[in-house]
Design a protein around this ligand. Structure first.
Ligand code: PMP
Ligand code: GLN
Length: 384
């Protein structure tokens, strides 16, 4: 057999595949991988059916349907009070994972460095390495998951080409403040650094907090790619639909790759989303998910897990098992799945060096009965 190149340093399958498969194998309740276990808005299902029966089954234009891009621009204007050019600045993508990869690929050359914050979504480092570049991970402070800006300043070298930001954050549930963006702007002002802003959980911020998009920061926006996922906003992660927003010149570079990577994205799904967004009556995901977070937090009080900080956003709640076990987190997650029937994600999977703070991630984007059943099982655990 001819040896093929490894392309990146990650070994084995992603933790999401591993834990979801284990959940299935042991018939455990799956609070590991981030996806809702309830149905999507009925209107959106109907629009998808309508798109296919109306005959919208052939290739859409390469950058995405104009109708959808206009609906996105109007939605961004409504929510952030910003003007985005639907033709020149928005590209419809098959999900945000693809958008992040393509943005990085448009920016990077072999030997470049990219700063990321850890814990980090697990595609960032492989995506950076697949482009011949090197990830420079900076650990967020524990347990509040803030940025140590001195570390960022020290990490910027002439080789640094990009910084990946993720707010609201997976897995920590932390969100960036306006001051965080301002500090970043100061640090990159005299550099050629590009920002890749993963904002897939933009609609999921709780307790009246506001999500600050890089698109609202005029200075940073001029050097940024912002990536979004319809999956998180409309509970349809399996559709794998999203979009990228970037200044016109960056969008040209993005589409240079996009046209030869995928060319165009699922047409009926684009029509369905365009109609759904433009209807103005799409189900609001924020109150729904905030209610689920609150419900989950309340239930978790009956268990020996320690919650250092309620999630401020995202699908996820971190919890420490320091009072239950001193197993490494991967072993703890396996044990919890096999012996107690609840699957989680060990947070060490989000660190390049597998840093283990004895914390697991729960996904609360689930039906109340799922959360209740899971926590019932967790109450059987005892503190040491
Ligand atoms: N970024 C983060 C932080 C995520 O949690 C996800 C969820 N899968 C994605 C990107 C990718 O989204 P998509 O499913 O649209 O590719
Ligand atoms: N974003 C989801 C999570 O973090 C799932 C991503 C995936 O399965 N690749 O769990």
């Amino acid at each position: 057999m001819i040896q093929l190149p490894a392309k990146h340093s990650a070994t084995g399958n992603t933790i999401f595949s591993v834990m979801s498969a284990m959940a299935q194998q042991y018939n455990a309740i799956n609070l590991s991988q981030g996806f809702p276990d309830f149905n999507i808005d009925e209107q959106l299902s109907q629009f998808l059916a309508k798109a296919t029966t109306d005959g919208y089954n052939q290739y859409a234009p390469m950058p995405g349907l104009p109708l959808l891009r206009q609906a996105i621009a109007a939605d961004l204007h409504r929510r952030y009070n910003i003007g985005v050019d639907a033709d020149a600045e928005i590209t419809v993508t098959p999900g945000a994972t693809y958008g992040i990869y393509t943005a990085l690929s448009a920016v990077l050359q072999p030997g470049d460095e990219v700063i990321i914050f850890e814990p980090a979504y697990d595609s960032y480092i492989p995506n950076i390495e697949m482009n011949g570049a090197k990830a420079i991970p900076i650990a967020l402070t524990v347990p509040d998951y803030g940025v140590d800006w001195n570390k960022v300043k020290e990490a910027i070298t002439p080789a640094t080409k990009a910084i990946v930001v993720n707010t609201p954050n997976n897995p920590t549930g932390a969100i960036w403040s306006k001051e965080d963006w301002d500090t970043l702007a100061e640090l990159v002002r005299d550099t050629d650094l590009v920002i890749v802003s993963d904002e897939v959980y933009e609609q999921l911020v709780f307790d009246g907090a506001k999500h600050y998009s890089v698109l609202e920061h005029a200075e940073l926006r001029a050097r940024s790619f912002a990536l979004y996922s319809f999956g998180k906003s409309y509970n349809n992660t399996g559709w794998k639909m999203g979009y990228a927003v970037a200044p016109a010149e960056y969008t040209v570079a993005f589409r240079r790759l996009h046209q030869f990577l995928v060319f165009t994205v699922n047409t009926p799904a684009q029509y369905a989303l365009a109609w759904h967004i433009a209807s103005g009556s799409a189900m609001q995901v924020r109150p729904l998910m905030e209610q689920k977070r609150n419900y989950f937090l309340e239930l978790m009080k009956q268990t020996p897990f320690t919650i250092h900080q309620p999630a401020k956003g995202s699908y996820f709640q971190l919890a420490s098992y320091e009072r239950i076990s001193d197993l490494p987190d991967m072993e703890f997650a396996q044990w919890l799945t096999q012996e107690h029937g609840v699957a989680t994600i060990p947070v060490s999977a989000f660190y390049h060096n597998k840093k283990d703070d004895k914390i697991v991630r729960f996904c609360f984007a689930k039906k109340e009965e799922t959360l209740q059943l899971a926590v019932e099982r967790l109450t059987k655990l005892s503190a040491r």
